[in-house]
Ligand binder design. Structure first.
Ligand SMILES: C[S@@+](CC[C@H](N)C(=O)[O-])C[C@H]1O[C@@H](n2cnc3c(N)ncnc32)[C@H](O)[C@@H]1O
Length: 357
């Protein structure tokens, strides 16, 4: 790599990111938050104030997941949603010596960063094997893992790094391209999807994926304006305007909730999230060792209902010896400290040691 030199031949100083006012507001100006290793004290201050620093993800229900998965030295585990790597790092500490974690994620952008960070923390490719794979395809990892996993984790949905980066188009809080893909190198962005599907299909997506009560009104507005909707703000404004004319939608909060649900519904669609989850749930029995454990963290009813059903069916058919009877939720303290944990639901299952699968 060549280092840029100044007129006098000495290396040019890198300019600090400039921003208006006292504190950076835009994602790309938050140079401290985007370098958590370098600015640890600032990060700690931000976390203590109940916020998630830009470019970071705070892992949810860590204590509960460790209790459920009960990782032990020498075991082999799979993290189906590596994200920032918080859960993986915790699990790794408990399976040493001689343990291994296979960690996967579909997001090529964050996977690169997380890999670099975890390697810098000292995790080598002997104990931490990282691959860019969809968790629907976990059987692909079986041969390398020696035939089965002692535990499997999936923490579904979107990470804070993805959510907070306006360029990824996951949130209506910031202006950005309406993309919403975990892997921007595959499939089509949400801005393209809305231009190719019928009003009826849009309504179904909103209703089925997010239980949106105003699905019909929103679908009509999006369909009518689809050629103008290319950004997160354009979509949010379209939903807002459509609902402003609906008499019984009075409150600002209700409109904001509908905008959030619209983004969620489109995200689920462009990433084919329900199919991936169902394939993952179907594959679990062949991927777990006898008495192996699985924990899944979900964030809305569409995900949780599927997990609960597959676990219940597996219990009844004898694939699982035990499952969580009730959903486990983050403690009130965790919800207060990290508001993004509020909607999380954790479920677990243990593979029957006598199962022939
Ligand atoms: C909530 S984050 C995981 C955070 C992680 N547990 C941590 O502690 O940092 C969810 C991650 O799952 C990934 N993801 C979503 N669907 C996936 C799929 N079908 N296969 C693999 N990764 C997926 C997303 O790209 C995202 O990075």
């Amino acid at each position: 790599m060549s280092i840029p030199l100044g007129a006098d031949g000495t290396p040019k100083r890198k300019r600090r990111v400039r921003y208006e006012g006292k504190n950076p507001r835009r994602f790309d100006e938050k140079y401290k938050e985007l370098n958590p290793e370098k600015y640890a004290d600032d990060i700690e201050r931000i976390v203590k104030s109940g916020k998630t620093p830009a470019g970071m993800h705070r892992s949810i229900c860590v204590k509960e997941i460790l209790e459920v998965l009960d990782p032990k030295p020498g075991q082999t585990g799979l993290d189906g949603t590596l994200g920032f790597g918080g859960h993986t790092a915790e699990l790794l500490q408990r399976i040493m010596p001689n343990g291994r974690i296979f960690a996967i994620d579909v997001d090529p952008i964050e996977l690169k960063r997380t890999t670099a960070r975890l390697r810098a923390l000292g995790f080598t490719d002997k104990e931490l094997i990282i691959r860019q794979i969809n968790f629907a395809g976990i059987p692909k990892m079986l041969a390398d893992a020696g035939g089965g996993f002692d535990f499997i984790l999936a923490d579904l949905g979107v990470s804070s790094m993805q959510l907070d980066n306006p360029a990824r188009g996951f949130t209506f809080k910031w202006e950005g391209p309406l993309d919403l893909r975990f892997n921007p190198e595959r499939g089509q962005p949400a801005s393209a999807l809305i231009k190719t599907i019928s009003e009826k299909s849009l309504e179904k997506i909103l209703f089925v994926n997010s239980d949106e009560p105003h699905a019909k009104t929103i679908a009509r507005a999006i369909h009518k304006n689809c050629h103008k909707i290319n950004t997160t703000k354009a979509l949010a404004d379209t939903v807002k305007e459509a609902l402003a004319t609906v008499v019984h939608v009075g409150s600002k909060d209700e409109i904001t909730t509908s905008i959030r649900r619209t983004f969620q519904a489109l995200r689920i669609e462009v990433n084919d999230e329900f199919s991936a989850l169902e394939q993952f749930l179907r594959n679990l029995p062949i991927c777990l060792k006898p008495d192996g454990r699985v924990a899944i963290l979900t964030f809305h009813s569409g995900e949780d209902n599927r997990v609960a059903k597959y676990f219940q069916d597996g219990l009844e058919s004898g694939i699982y010896s035990d499952i969580s009877r009730d959903p486990i939720r983050p403690t009130p303290k965790e919800c207060f400290d990290n508001p993004r944990s509020k909607s999380a639901i954790l479920r677990w299952a243990i593979k029957n040691g006598d199962s022939s699968i």
